[in-house]
Design a protein around this ligand. Structure first.
Ligand SMILES: *Cc1c(COP(=O)(O)O)cnc(C)c1O
Length: 464
């Protein structure tokens, strides 16, 4: 499979180079040159596959011949063996034709493990084969950092630097990152927001000399391989609910537009997704663009769903590419407008295309708490604040009650004990492996949101 940049000016690459690079050299994001597709009979046959067999099958056309078949199979099996539920991504019914898809059974208790556990293994294989080393730099709003650290710690062929916004992640989230003492792991608390962290990482990549000297790799959700891995659970949920050929709706708590875009990719492969709800908290740039057509960056406001406290939704660029007929020049122009004016406006045609499948809703803090409480009261399920945003938005935006609605449960409630306690008066317990997290020693450095300082830090703290 060949991949093209959304801005049309970077060389086409094969899967392995896309994996190791992350961001295209023209500042764009990689997407497959053509969408692989599955027919109804194939979707129906997927019902008989367990999670890792399905993952191997769905990802195969995207990966092409990047790995020998037996190694690929083992690597995918090993990835999903790390999850502590036999179904890997179980469904839990919370209402009439309403389900939550539990994506928090991986090692760091958020959906990010689905992709990053795989990426860690794919990187290891590719770098060993090439005899190369890399420096992985990650910006995190809370969950990507720990998932990436868990996936890349103690690997011999790379270092990982994680930038999180100081004081703006939950204590559990911070400790999951900062208590890992591996030589190749460094945590940096940035005095700023997640958007500042993300902008610093992008700036580092756009400094092509630094990028090449350090062998930088990006594993944020701008990395295509992450989107690819997340596409699998949409197909898994649909087939499990008997929707191999029938319409199904999903509601997705959204920050960087990665997860919900993975749902869009599942639809591009032929899955009958009738609706994708973009669920946002107070940081509602995506709800605003889908309702009014203007994508305008605002100030990031902290909320109880910190992993979605984002104003620059990087993966939205991939949707822009599709709704502009895959015209890289058009995307480049919009992104230039964003760079210079902090905003761009979508044309009627493009907006119409997006609205065919996407709806969006902003959910405020009170509604989030009320949703945690009502889901607990009605079904006994304890959902985390991100999931609650997804449930509230999914209920409010549902187009057709005849189509099953699946809300993505993106994190384990124990990652956000304050919100849960406030909503239902119950303190959610960390799973046994993490019970002593509050007592483990921490290590991290705090830096200003200053590109030169961070570059210098990376140069002097590389272990390899
Ligand atoms: C990362 C994250 C999100 C947002 O996902 P995107 O792919 O950035 O849209 C939502 N919920 C949780 C718990 C997360 O960790």
């Amino acid at each position: 499979m060949r991949y093209v940049s959304t801005r049309g000016d970077a060389p086409d690459l094969e899967f392995e180079d896309v994996l190791l690079t992350g961001l295209a050299r023209d500042g764009g994001l990689y997407v497959p040159e053509v969408w692989p597709s599955f027919n109804k009979a194939e979707f129906e046959a997927f019902i008989d596959l367990d999670y890792s067999a399905l993952a191997a099958r769905v990802m195969a056309p995207f990966i092409g011949d990047a790995l020998p078949a037996d190694i690929y199979k083992t690597l995918v099996d090993d990835t999903y063996r790390e999850f502590d539920h036999p179904d890997v991504a179980p469904l839990n019914q919370i209402g009439e034709d309403e389900w939550v898809l539990e994506l928090f059974h991986g090692p760091t208790l958020a959906f990010k493990d689905f992709a990053l556990q795989l990426l860690g293994r794919l990187f290891d294989y590719a770098l060993a084969r090439r005899g190369e080393r890399r420096t992985v730099v990650v910006a995190t709003s809370g969950d990507t950092g720990s998932a990436a650290i868990e996936a890349f710690r103690d690997k011999e062929n790379l270092d990982i630097f994680v930038l999180h916004p100081a004081g703006r992640v939950s204590e559990v989230q911070r400790r999951q990152m900062t208590t890992v003492m591996s030589d190749n792991v460094r945590n940096i608390a940035i005095e700023g927001s997640f958007d500042d962290c993300q902008a610093l990482v992008k700036a580092m990549f756009n400094d092509l000399e630094f990028r090449d000297n350090m062998g930088l790799s990006a594993v944020n959700s701008i990395n295509w391989a992450r989107v690819m891995a997340q596409t699998v659970y949409y197909i898994k949920a649909a087939t499990a609910l008997g929707c191999a050929g029938k319409p199904i709706a999903f509601s997705v708590p959204t920050g960087n537009f990665g997860d919900v875009y993975a749902g869009y990719v599942a639809r591009c492969t032929g899955l009958a997704i009738s609706q994708l709800v973009v669920a946002t908290n107070r940081n509602d740039i995506l709800a605003r663009v889908l309702s009014a057509g203007e994508y305008r960056i605002g100030e990031v406001e902290p909320t109880m769903s910190p992993s979605m406290d984002i104003q620059v939704a990087s993966n939205f660029e991939r949707l822009l590419f599709e709704i502009h007929g895959r015209d890289g020049g058009a995307v480049k122009e919009l992104m230039a407008g964003l760079q210079s004016n902090g905003a761009f406006r979508l044309g009627e045609d493009a907006l119409e295309k997006a609205r065919q499948v996407f709806d969006a809703r902003r959910v405020d803090e009170d509604e989030t708490l009320a949703t945690i409480a009502s889901v607990y009261r009605d079904s006994g399920a304890v959902i985390d604040p991100h999931t609650a945003v997804g449930v509230a938005a999914g209920r409010a935006c549902r187009r057709d009650p005849g189509h099953p609605m699946v809300m993505l449960a993106t994190a384990h409630p124990a990652k956000f004990p304050d919100a849960i306690t406030k909503a239902i008066g119950v303190v959610p317990e960390l799973p046994p492996g993490l019970a002593d997290l509050p007592k483990r020693p921490e290590r991290y450095d705090t830096l200003a949101a200053d590109l030169d300082a961070i570059k210098a830090y990376i140069v002097s703290n590389k272990a390899h």
